[in-house]
Design a protein around this ligand. Structure first.
Ligand code: 9G3
Length: 569
C-alpha cells in the first residue's frame, strides 16, 4: 500500500484515560478509535493484525479437530431461563425487547446457544465427540470498561465448546484444546503460562487460564521456580505448614488494655510484637450466618477459597451489627475466645500458642492465648492467600508472585448446561445419557493488546513478524530525486511480486516523520533509500526489534528480505 493513500491516522495525542501502554500505542498507531465507552472501531492497520491472529487461531482450532460455526449475537431469553442464568446475571447482561416485545440479550457468551443447537441435532454416541468453535462479537456491559480493548464492553472472542459421551472422552477434548492454546500463544511469540484457575460461578471440575506475563496485568499469578506448578493467586493452594510443636510453656491468657488500637501495625507497635504472633479474627456473613475466620496477622484471607470451602452462595465481610452480635465488640477487637459463631482457622494456626487476638471487648486484646486451651477451632482449612517465597505446594520449591493478563481460559463444564437444557444422547447400550461439555475462550483484541504490552519500546510497537500488519516499509529519503523515486518504485514492485506485504511511504513528509511513524506502527523491516547509499548501489535495511542496520546491494534487497521473512514464518 502507498502510505499517502492509506487511512492510517497516526497521532502523538493519547486520551487522558489511556493508562496502559498498549491502549496508548493502539490509538497513536492508528489501529483503533473509541466509538463510545468500552466500544472500539478497528481501523485498517489494527484490523490486519486482528485478522492475522484470528487466522492462527483458526488453523490451530481446526488442527485440533474443531469445526467452525458462526452463532448469532442476539439471544432469546428463554434459553437463559432454561439454563437458570437469566436471573443470575445483573446489568452486565445487556437485555432488550424486540418489536414483538420478546425479551432478548446481546450474547456475552454462547453456552446456551450452542447447547440448544447441539441438543436438537446430536442423538447418539456415534455423533460424538464434537468440538465447535466460532469467532464472534460478545457484549458484556462492564460497569467500568478500561484499558482500551483489553477490557472492552464489546469484544471479539474465539469461543469453543466440546461435547462428549463421558468424562474420559471429555478429558481428551479438554487436552486437545489445551494443547491448541499452547501452540497458538507460542506461535505469537508470547511469554505466557497456563495456570490452574478457579472455575468461578460456572461449576465444573477445574479450569486453566492462559496468562501473558506482564507487570501491567490485572491478574496475580504464582508459579514455582523449580516445577511447572502455576496458579491464579485466587486459586493457589498453600502447602500445609509443618505444625510447630512449640513448648507448652505459655502463661495463662490475660486481657490487655489497648485503647483504640485496631490495626495490625498499631497492635505490633503497642505490644512490641510481630504480626505473625497475632491472630486476626475476620467475621464473615455466609448466606447470612456469621462465621469467624482466623488467619495469622501476617497473612491475607483468600475469599475465593473461603467461599468454595463454605459452599455458600453469598459471602461478604459481616457488618458492624453482625460483628457486635457475635463478638460483643467492634471489628478491630473481635476475637475467637467466646465468639458466638462457627470458628474456622487457616492451617497456619495449627500448633500456634501464645498468640494475641481481640478480646471481644472494645479497647481490649488478649495475649498468651493458646488454641485448644482457651478456645476451640471447629475446622482447619487452606484459607489464606499464597505469598512470595512460600513453599510450592507441589515440590516445596520457591513460589514467585507475578502479574499477568488473562488471554485465554479453558473450562471443564461437566453437565452444567447439558443437564439444565437436556442435551442427551443414546449411549452404546441404548441408554439415554447427558453430554459432558467443556468450553474454551480466547480474547482476540485482548491478546493483540497483550502482544503490544510485551513487544514495545519508547518509540512504539515492535510486531512479531507473524502478527505484523505489514512486513516491510520502504522509506525513500527524498522522492523529489528521480533516481531515489525510481529505485523505490522498483523495489516496491519486486516485493509485491514476492508476496511480501509492504507499505511504500510516498508521503511528502520530512524523513524524520517517516522514521518515527515506521517505528511507532512497529513494522519489522524498514528499507531506507537515500542518495549516499544509492550512489554506491546500496540501501539500508533496519530490523525494528534489534535496531540492527544492514547495508544491502539494491538488486539483492528483495531476495534478502524474502529470506529473512521466510525464516521466521
Ligand atoms: C454473562 C455475563 C458475563 C459473563 C458470563 C455470562 C463470563 C459468563 C464465563 C464464561 C465462560 C466461558 C465460553 C468461552 C470461554 C469462557 N462473563 N462468563 O458465562 F451473562 Cl453478562 O464466559 N464461556
Amino acid at each position: 500500500m502507498r502510505y499517502s493513500q492509506m487511512f492510517l491516522p497516526t497521532t502523538r495525542e493519547v486520551p487522558s484515560d489511556a493508562e496502559l501502554v498498549s491502549h496508548q500505542l493502539m490509538i497513536r498507531a492508528g489501529m483503533i478509535r473509541k466509538l463510545t465507552s468500552g466500544v472500539y472501531s478497528y481501523l485498517p492497520l489494527g484490523y490486519r493484525v486482528i485478522r492475522k491472529f484470528e487466522q492462527i487461531v483458526r488453523e490451530e482450532m481446526t488442527h485440533a479437530g474443531a469445526e467452525e460455526v458462526f452463532l448469532p449475537i442476539v439471544q432469546p431469553s428463554e434459553l437463559w431461563q432454561e439454563s437458570g442464568r437469566w436471573l443470575y446475571y445483573g446489568k452486565e447482561l445487556l437485555r432488550f425487547r424486540d418489536r414483538h416485545d420478546r425479551e432478548c440479550c446481546l450474547g456475552p457468551t454462547h453456552e446456551e446457544v450452542i447447547t440448544d443447537l447441539v441438543r436438537n441435532e446430536i442423538k447418539t454416541y456415534r455423533q460424538l465427540p464434537k468440538i465447535l468453535f466460532q469467532i464472534q462479537t460478545k457484549f458484556r456491559d462492564e460497569i467500568r470498561p478500561r484499558f482500551g480493548v483489553m477490557r472492552a464492553r464489546e469484544f471479539g472472542m474465539k469461543d469453543a465448546y466440546s461435547f462428549d459421551e463421558d468424562e474420559q472422552h471429555s478429558e481428551i477434548s479438554y487436552k486437545k484444546m489445551y494443547d491448541a492454546y499452547m501452540r497458538i500463544f507460542s506461535r505469537c511469540g508470547m511469554r505466557f503460562r497456563p495456570v490452574e484457575a478457579d472455575s468461578g460461578s460456572i461449576g465444573g471440575s477445574y479450569s486453566h487460564e492462559f496468562m501473558v506475563m506482564a507487570d501491567s496485568g490485572e491478574d496475580a499469578v504464582c508459579y514455582c521456580s523449580s516445577c511447572d506448578y502455576a496458579a491464579n493467586l485466587e486459586k493457589a493452594e498453600v502447602a500445609r505448614p509443618q505444625v510447630n510443636e512449640a513448648a507448652d510453656t505459655v502463661e495463662p491468657m490475660e486481657e490487655v488494655y489497648t485503647p483504640s488500637v485496631k490495626s495490625i501495625e498499631d497492635l505490633c507497635r503497642f505490644l512490641q510484637i510481630k504480626p505473625s504472633e497475632i491472630v486476626k479474627t475476620l467475621v464473615f456473613s455466609a448466606d447470612g450466618r456469621p462465621v469467624a475466620v482466623l488467619v495469622r496477622g501476617d497473612h491475607e484471607i483468600n475469599e475465593i477459597k473461603l467461599k468454595n470451602y463454605l459452599h455458600c452462595n453469598f459471602l461478604e465481610l459481616a457488618d458492624e451489627e453482625m460483628i457486635r452480635a457475635a463478638s460483643g465488640a467492634s471489628k478491630g477487637f473481635a476475637g475467637a475466645v467466646g465468639i458466638k459463631a462457627r470458628i474456622i482457622a487457616d492451617y497456619s494456626l495449627l500448633g500456634m500458642n501464645d498468640v494475641v487476638m481481640g478480646a471481644n471487648r472494645d479497647d481490649f486484646h488478649l495475649r498468651h492465648v493458646k488454641i485448644g486451651r482457651d478456645f476451640r477451632v471447629d475446622e482447619f482449612a487452606d484459607l489464606r492467600m499464597i505469598r512470595q517465597d512460600d513453599p510450592c505446594p507441589k515440590c516445596g520449591g520457591k513460589i514467585t508472585i507475578a502479574r499477568g493478563i488473562e488471554v485465554g481460559h479453558v473450562f471443564k463444564l461437566g453437565t452444567k448446561y447439558s443437564k439444565a437444557m437436556k442435551a442427551v444422547f443414546l449411549d452404546r447400550d441404548g441408554k439415554e445419557k447427558t453430554m459432558i461439555m467443556g468450553c474454551y475462550g480466547i480474547g482476540i483484541g485482548r491478546t493483540v493488546a497483550a502482544v503490544i504490552e510485551q513487544n514495545h519500546d519508547e518509540n512504539g510497537i515492535i510486531w512479531p513478524l507473524v502478527l505484523a500488519p505489514y512486513h516491510v516499509i520502504i522509506v525513500p529519503v527524498n522522492l523529489k530525486e528521480k533516481n531515489i523515486a525510481s529505485a523505490a518504485d522498483k523495489l516496491y514492485g519486486q516485493l509485491l511480486e514476492r508476496g511480501i506485504e509492504t507499505i511504500y511511504d510516498d508521503r511528502d513528509e520530512r524523513v524524520g516523520v517517516k522514521f518515527n511513524d515506521a517505528d511507532l506502527i512497529g513494522i519489522p523491516y524498514r528499507v531506507t533509500i537515500g542518495p549516499k547509499r544509492l550512489a554506491e548501489g546500496t540501501l539500508e535495511i533496519k530490523d525494528r526489534r534489534s535496531g540492527e542496520v544492514t547495508v544491502v546491494p539494491i538488486e539483492r534487497a528483495a531476495g534478502f528480505l524474502q529470506t529473512v521473512i521466510d525464516s521466521q514464518k
